[in-house]
Design a protein around this ligand. Structure first.
Ligand code: HEM
Length: 352
């Protein structure tokens, strides 16, 4: 009786999680403006001019008066290639940059919508996992044996990286999604001021995040080299199949993926593109022109959404998702039982 009740309630929670994820994705998709692909010329002019009173435009803009089906005169200015100007800013010679339309479509359409889906699915997936399975518990009681895991500097670096990242993620998501929910609530003027503050927080915490990633990398790279236990971890999907937690070294293979791909690769891609957007790339002559900024923006926002998705999983496992895991980063010490159950190879080395 009990069993069937729990399986029914689990199914309900799962269904609720999936529905909420779908709903949030759909609402995001509905709100995100999806401009139509630009016409081959890059501009869209009205095909049906019957509503325009006869001669209105011809009078006000004699050189720019289209007939039905014809193009505006300024079509000729609508070109990506550079024309000629005598001032140093050569980009001023591109009057209308057609690639900007493509960029707007990718940023406000593809990235906003699919990024929103990814974030919502990750969030509700983790919430469903927590409700259905609950945190990973230790199988034996805490031993009371305290084992040193991280020193003060390592923990300090981790928390600078963590909090700067969280600040960046929140302000970054507001920059991308704020106009869909915060602007209608706050009004344009207040929202503009608020977003300006967000942008400054974002721009100044960026370099701090980059510095902490570099230091964290130097501190932990050797402990993340693939080694003993990793193959078993991969084969059993981190213990998801087979029931038993696979023995791991100081870090397990899942943590190593987070370290190399999540923190190092994505962290550096985000940092490099962020430095371009901030126009502060050192030791290099970069042309901060529209095309460069648009590309940097697309790389920056896609990599950031991916890293935020991964970070959600990491934050969950490092806090409420696993009994005893936060102790190491909080105090520097972990309990012997936790070390034995989650990092047995390391535990055996320490206790030799
Ligand atoms: C409040 C949020 C966070 C919590 C509670 C948290 C918690 C933890 C804990 C408990 C560990 C140690 C795991 C162990 O002993 O094996 C850890 C390691 C680590 N954390 Fe976090 N963390 C947070 C945010 C972040 C963020 C935002 C990043 C990246 C930007 C990050 C990157 C890392 C990395 C790379 C490791 C080491 C894993 C490895 O080297 O394989 N953490 N975290």
């Amino acid at each position: 009786m009990n069993r069937s009740f729990s399986s029914v309630s689990r199914s309900w929670v799962l269904a609720l999680g999936v529905s909420l994820s779908l709903l949030s994705g759909v609402s995001m998709a509905e709100r995100a403006p999806m401009p139509p692909l630009p016409s081959p010329s890059g501009i869209d002019y009205p095909k049906d001019l019957s509503n325009i009173p006869n001669g209105t435009q011809a009078q006000s803009q004699p050189a720019n008066s289209p007939q039905v089906g014809e193009k505006f005169l300024w079509n000729s200015a609508n070109s990506d290639p550079y024309n000629t100007v005598s001032i140093p800013d050569k980009e001023a010679s591109v009057l209308i940059q057609r690639a900007g339309q493509q960029w707007r479509f990718i940023r406000n359409g593809v990235i906003t919508v699919y990024g929103g889906w990814l974030l919502a699915l990750a969030f509700f997936g983790i919430a469903a996992l927590f409700i259905i399975k609950g945190p990973i518990k230790l199988h034996a009681p805490m031993s009371g044996q305290k084992i040193k895991r991280f020193n003060g500097f390592e923990r300090f670096t981790h928390w600078v990286m963590a909090f700067s990242f969280i600040g960046l993620a929140i302000t970054g998501l507001l920059i991308l999604y704020g106009k869909y929910f915060a602007m209608p609530l706050m009004g344009g003027v207040a929202y503009g001021t608020f977003l300006n503050i967000c942008k400054n927080i974002h721009n100044y915490s960026g370099p701090l995040f980059t510095l902490s990633v570099v230091i964290f990398f130097l501190l932990f790279a050797t402990r993340n080299i693939p080694g003993e236990g990793d193959l078993t971890w991969i084969k059993s999907f981190g213990g998801m199949f087979g029931g038993k937690h696979p023995p791991a070294g100081f870090f397990n293979f899942g943590e190593k993926i987070w370290f190399w791909f999540g923190m190092t690769f994505l962290g550096l891609v985000i940092s490099a593109s962020g430095f371009v957007l901030d126009m502060i790339v050192p030791f290099m002559e970069i042309q901060y022109i529209r095309g460069t900024m648009q590309l940097a923006n697309i790389i920056h926002s896609s990599a950031s959404i991916l890293m935020t998705t991964m970070a959600m999983g990491h934050i969950y496992i490092g806090s409420i998702g696993m009994q005893g895991s936060l102790d190491g980063m909080k105090t520097g010490y972990v309990d012997g039982t936790w070390a034995k159950e989650h990092h047995e190879i390391w535990y055996n080395k320490v206790n030799k």
